[in-house]
Design a protein around this ligand. Structure first.
Ligand code: XUL
Ligand code: MN
Length: 344
């Protein structure tokens, strides 16, 4: 029995299409995904704004809210909560060159409209915060964007969200690159600085994704710890990543079990979840996976997380602290590896 509650997004069950090839699995409708998520033991669903309200660009504010109320009923049917809503600012023609940082005012207005509608949808679904994955907020051509101006645009856009709703919180999900070459807000350090510059830092935090930290050349556990130190870890996107390449969203722990262990350990040590936070799994099935195995990556990630939770329970802090006091780090490392390998 895990002491954590888990969340997942509808995009984590996908068709397998990538930049180089078409779908390899059949699309699955939202209700079927909800039913399966509940069956697997997830407690909450994460949404992009248009996961919840697909045709929102062509709807009035009232129509959007009404549609979202229907989705809330569907969640209730399966005993699922909504964790967050994330404006999808990377698919629309308006966001070709960024959203909040686009050089065109018309596009920035569109991005803000989607963010404010995401707040409306969050309120209807009962989600407490937005996630901003800043997909195209950066450059493909280095000289095309002034990073100082761009950072100020981001702060001002977040201020507008905070002004629009006095309760909503905003979690930035940093990523150093992909689909842009150089992103403007690539690490948890950037997120904390942006938070501090807003009109209400107490409502702006972060969502740490393991793979994104690896892509930044950083350690996911240290990034998690950095946000925890400021009480600003609103959620996590746990997954795994094999080095510096495209964002792989591999099942949690399959590439670097020791790192995964340390991520579980720090979350556990700091009672992550005690304020209602969920452990989000942002994992993707491999393209080769069949329709009938389309949830295996979620099952595996949950199983690995829970097995590592048991290892964390077994971890002897007192013994580890003794070794630390004597700087016996060779022994400490071997102790951790033996624990993970099941050698007593
Ligand atoms: C992209 C990514 C997204 C966000 C949600 O790399 O991680 O799935 O988590 O928009
Ligand atoms: Mn993510």
């Amino acid at each position: 029995m895990s002491k954590f509650k888990f969340s997942v997004g509808p995009w984590n069950v996908h068709t397998g299409a990538d930049s180089y090839g078409p779908e390899t699995r059949k699309p699955v409708d939202l209700e079927t995904k909800f039913a399966k998520f509940a069956e697997l033991g997830f407690s909450a669903v994460q949404f992009h704004d248009d996961d919840a309200v697909p045709d929102m660009n062509n709807m009035t504010v009232e129509e959007i809210k009404e549609y979202a109320r229907g989705v809330k009923k569907l969640l209730d049917k399966y005993g699922l909560a909504a964790e967050f809503v994330a404006p999808r600012l990377w698919m629309d023609p308006h966001t070709v060159d960024g959203g909040f940082m686009s050089r065109k005012k018309e596009d920035r207005d569109f991005a803000l409209w989607r963010a404010l509608r995401s707040i409306d949808i969050a309120n209807e679904l009962g989600a407490k915060f937005l996630v901003l994955w800043l997909a195209r907020e950066g450059t493909l051509c280095a000289e095309s964007l002034d990073p100082a101006w761009a950072t100020k645009q981001l702060v001002e856009a977040i201020n507008e969200m905070l002004r629009y709703d006095s309760k909503i919180r905003v979690a930035i999900e940093p990523k150093p690159n992909e689909p842009v070459d150089r992103s403007v807000c690539g690490t948890m350090g950037h997120v904390m600085a942006v938070s501090a510059a807003t009109i209400d830092p107490s409502r702006v935090g972060g969502n740490l994704e393991s793979a994104h930290a690896v892509l930044a050349g950083l350690d996911p556990t240290n990034e998690i710890g950095f946000a925890l130190a400021f009480d600003k870890l609103y959620t996590v996107h746990l997954n795994d990543q094999n080095g510096l390449k495209f964002d792989q969203d591999k099942s949690f722990g399959v590439e670097n079990l020791r790192s995964a262990f340390n991520q579980v350990r720090i979350l556990s040590k700091y009672n992550y979840g005690s304020k209602g936070e969920y452990v989000g799994l942002d994992v993707k099935a491999m393209r080769t996976t069949s329709d009938e195995d389309g949830y295996e990556h979620l099952k595996n990630s949950l199983a690995i997380f829970k097995a590592l939770e048991a290892k964390v329970e077994k971890y002897d802090e007192e013994y580890a602290n003794k070794l630390i006091a004597q700087r016996k780090y060779e022994q400490l490392e071997m102790y951790v590896l033996n624990l993970l390998m099941g050698i007593e």
